[in-house]
Design a protein around this ligand. Structure first.
Ligand code: SF4
Ligand code: F3S
Length: 328
């Protein structure tokens, strides 16, 4: 059973009291674009759920999604866009059991492989598989091997046994940076490395936003199904709207007030970054609402245009990143 709403850490300290737990569940419901009443439903469901075993695989990656995962903290209230405590960390650590993660786990070598084998054996069809990084399929997969097996064979074997698979980051979605032209290793995302994989959820981004990942996992645990997905199997709540539609600089865009040079007056005053190549009008993501770095900021708020990192093959299709767009 999930040990909420008043959970303890290893030292016996209380992590989340009931009031904060209910508040967190309401915020997760809001992140998922669910009506407020779902907060209580999520709280009830989590209280009755077992912890979800998670196997996290890494292949051709920069570990950015793991870094994002480690920065799980306070989340923005999507309604008020303010920062609130406690963090999602407390909620997620009660919901999952991270049984295998090559970078974060204490065991290594044979012991790490034993942890993986134990999870596959003890929780067949019950564990969640998270995949980070691209899968090189060129030259029979020789460019990435783990424990003597290619990434391609591992991802095919392990995802087939999972209850669901979440491809985190653009690399695991469609190859990302590794697949950028000329794609020397034949890098693929999970959807192409394991064609027809059931229960696949794609969460692109460079990296994916951990607040979105937490919301998806909570939804899986609470309702035993993923949130509503689009045709690319991406959660609609996170990838359903263009950044430009809700950008805080849209007023300046609509009034032809564009930054023309880094550090110019418009840049200092927070004008629209379209003239500096911002790809917000072509990019689907909830970055302006969910934000980054403990929900404090996001690229455009920091003064840098969006480079379209949630879009397919953005390294090729969105480049050059700093080129002025025709309408600015
Ligand atoms: Fe749109 Fe980018 Fe300008 Fe924001 S900064 S209004 S996303 S073009
Ligand atoms: Fe990526 Fe653009 Fe968000 S670059 S992090 S989708 S603002």
């Amino acid at each position: 059973m999930v040990s909420n709403p008043s959970s303890n850490d290893n030292a016996g300290n209380q992590r989340v009291n009931r009031r904060d737990f209910l508040k967190l569940c309401s915020m997760v419901a809001a992140t998922l674009s669910l009506p407020a009443a779902f907060g209580k439903e999520i709280a009830r469901a989590l209280g009755a759920a077992s912890r979800l075993p998670v196997v996290w695989l890494e292949f051709q990656d920069c570990t950015g999604d793991s870094e994002s995962f480690l920065r799980l903290g306070p989340m923005a209230d999507p309604i008020q866009t303010g920062v609130t405590n406690p963090g999602l960390t407390d909620l997620l650590l009660d919901v999952i059991s991270l049984d295998y993660h090559e970078t974060l786990m204490a065991p290594s070598g044979f012991n790490a492989e034993k942890s993986l084998a134990d999870t596959l054996q003890n929780y067949p069809g019950q564990f969640l598989c998270v995949v980070e990084g691209a899968i090189p399929a060129g030259n029979n997969g020789v460019y990435c091997t783990i424990a003597g097996k290619t990434a391609l064979s591992r991802v095919q074997e392990i995802t087939a046994k999972a209850r669901a698979t979440i491809a985190v980051g653009t690399c695991a979605w469609e190859g990302g940076l590794a697949a950028a032209a000329p794609n020397p290793t034949g890098a693929l995302g999970v959807k192409d490395a394991v064609p027809g994989l059931a229960n696949l959820i794609n969460m692109p981004g460079c990296p994916m936003n951990v607040a979105n990942l937490a919301a998806v996992i909570v939804h899986l645990v609470a309702f035993n199904q993923p949130p509503e997905l689009d045709a690319n199997r991406r959660p609609k709540f996170a990838y359903g709207r263009k950044i430009h539609e809700v950008c805080e600089r849209k007023y300046y865009h609509d009034n032809d007030m564009f930054v023309r040079m880094w550090g110019d007056e418009g840049h200092r005053l927070g004008w629209c970054l379209r003239g500096m190549g911002c790809k917000g009008p072509d990019t689907y993501s909830n970055c302006p609402n969910i934000r980054w770095n403990d929900a404090t900021c996001w690229p455009v708020a920091a003064g840098h245009g969006c480079i379209g990192c949630t879009q397919p093959h953005f390294w090729d299709n969105m480049a050059p990143f700093y080129e002025s767009n025709a309408d600015a």
